[in-house]
Design a protein around this ligand. Structure first.
Ligand code: PLP
Length: 396
């Protein structure tokens, strides 16, 4: 048995998205910038995708959608553009949170080195940012608030609509990294007062290497790549039309099935949470209810996350210890530290992110095998021995 439970890292492309990509590649042979018929047919298809994507996000206009290579690029484009645009006006302060994706945090680190001021507001123990804390952090010099819609490690949903409202009242631009949220929970950029939004197709059963940045009309972007006039002159390069078509089809499908999928996933998720909670000295990371329908994230005391992952993989369970981006480094997850987990505990984390194809039998298999592997690892752990002998105090 192989159970893929790492859908926050990437998802399987849907059959309809894949089919649409192949058909597009065969049908639209022209470059959308070419003036001949083949080129114009491709340009029309590109526009249809832009229009559909805008509609699916609740945007007013097709031209508010800028196609990109994925979530990382969209995050970079949104934050750098806003920072550099407001620099000359003396607005050099950015508000964000301590548990953003590295595509946001590393951009902010670079801006700090360039003289910008960044405030990372803390996150509650339940993994949810308080709107009041964002409000307190905003100053006269703030040009941008960037807060993710759903956390990629612990799945917690952030009060995006309230933060959007606050930013609108304060006259500050609001960007949200909605890579984990789009296609999984309801997002409407107009209703939520979002000025800039990043998304990535491979997180909602679309192809890899394609995404989009929504930028409200009037929000000016910086040229990311110089060259041709593609993407309203903000990102040169011949458009990857098959990938854009695949993304559009995947998002249409995800949005149409959002409620039905969420209902099924929540049942599976809560079964998994209930089962894993029975493991002694364990804790669920992030709010139990206010989280993505697919996300389960636990810490097990006295366990090293990497060993747990490898032994689970041996048994056919594919999971993650945090984000794909941090595994491979020995630092504990910045997300788990942000919600107040001590370093020792944060090392023993397990993220399981389900897909709607998963079954109750698979969930039960994951529970049984996680329990056995945790027991085994504890039985050979010197730390666990100290804990049991009372030479060290249990944290969980
Ligand atoms: C995956 C992810 C990204 C990066 O998206 P890519 O398309 O892989 O560049 C950014 N932010 C969040 C929250 C993510 O989950």
């Amino acid at each position: 048995m192989r159970i893929y439970a790492d859908n926050a890292a990437t998802t399987k492309i849907s059959d309809s998205a894949l089919r649409a990509m192949v058909e597009c590649a065969q049908k639209y042979i022209g470059n959308p910038s070419s003036l001949h018929t083949s080129g114009q047919l491709a340009a029309e298809e590109l526009y249809r995708c832009r229009e559909k994507m805008a509609g699916l996000l609740g945007a007013n206009e097709a031209r508010e959608i800028y196609f990109a290579s994925g979530g990382s690029e969209a995050d970079n484009q949104a934050i750098f553009s806003t920072a550099y645009r407001f620099k000359s006006k003396g607005k050099t302060h950015i508000v964000s949170t301590a548990f953003e994706h590295h595509a946001v945090l590393h951009v902010l680190e670079r801006l700090e080195k360039e003289g910008f001021e960044v405030t990372l507001v803390p996150v509650n123990e339940d993994g949810i940012v308080k709107v009041e804390d964002i409000e307190k952090a905003i100053t006269d010099k703030t040009c941008l608030v960037t807060v993710m819609a759903a956390n990629n490690e612990i799945g917690t949903l952030q009060p995006i609509a309230q933060i959007g409202k606050l930013c609108r009242e304060k006259g500050v631009l609001f960007h949200t990294d909605a890579v984990q949220a789009v296609g999984h929970v309801k997002i409407n950029v107009e209703e939520m007062n979002i000025d800039l939004l990043s998304l990535s197709a491979h997180k909602f059963n679309g192809p890899r290497g394609v995404g989009a940045l929504y930028a409200r009309r009037g929000v000016i972007l910086k040229n990311l790549i110089e060259g041709g006039a593609q993407e309203r002159g903000k990102r040169a390069g011949t458009e990857n039309l098959p990938a854009i078509v695949g993304m559009t089809v995947a998002l249409e499908e995800a949005v149409a099935k959002l409620d039905a999928h969420a209902e099924k996933l929540i049942t599976l998720r809560d079964r998994l949470i209930a089962g894993l909670s029975e493991i002694p000295h364990s804790v669920l990371n992030g709010d139990k209810v206010n989280r993505l329908p697919s996300n389960v994230n636990f810490c097990f005391e006295g366990i090293e996350g990497e060993s747990l992952l490898l032994l689970l993989d041996d048994r056919g369970v594919e999971a993650s210890s945090g984000s794909a981006c941090t595994s491979g480094s020995l630092d504990p997850s910045h997300v788990l530290l942000a919600i107040g987990r001590p370093k020792d505990v944060a090392h023993g984390s397990l993220r399981l992110t389900l897909a709607v194809e998963n079954t109750e039998e698979e969930v039960d298999y994951i529970i049984k095998n996680t329990r056995e592997v945790v027991e085994y690892l504890r039985s050979i752990s010197p730390v666990w021995e100290e804990l049991e002998k009372g030479e060290r105090e249990f944290i969980l």
